[in-house]
Design a protein around this ligand. Sequence first.
Ligand code: AMP
Length: 113
Amino acid sequence: MTTKTLFEKIRDREIPATIVYEDDEFIAFKDIKPAAKVHVLIVPKKPYPTLEAVEMNDQMQLRLLQLARRLAKELGVSDNYKLHLNVGDKVQAVPHLHLHLLGGFDKETPTAL
Ligand code: AMP
C-alpha cells in the first residue's frame, strides 16, 4: 500500500482545505501559509512527485498553465501575479507536483523574485 501525499489527502477530503477550483484533472486550494494576498496551489490530481516526473510532451503541462491564467483572472489578479514551481526535494516541501499562484502585490512591497 502506498502512502498518500498531503495533497492527495486534500484531494480526497481527508484533510480540510479551502478549495477554490476542481475538475477531473486538477484541484486548487488556498495555501495554508499565504505568501501574498492571493496564494493558491494548483495541483494535478495524479500525484506526479515533481515536474521532472512528467513526460516532456504531456499536454497536462499546458492545461496547468492555462488553468493558472484562468484562476488568476477569476481571483482578480490577472494583471499582478507570479507563478512559482519548486522542483526537487531540495526546494520542494511536498513531493506532489503543484504550481503556486501568487497575486495581488503592492508596488511598495518588494518581492524576492
Ligand atoms: P513547496 O515548498 O513548493 O512544496 O510548497 C508547499 C506548500 O504547501 C507551502 O507553501 C505550504 O504552505 C503549503 N501547505 C502545506 N500544508 C498545507 C495544507 N494543509 N493546506 C494548504 N497548503 C499547505
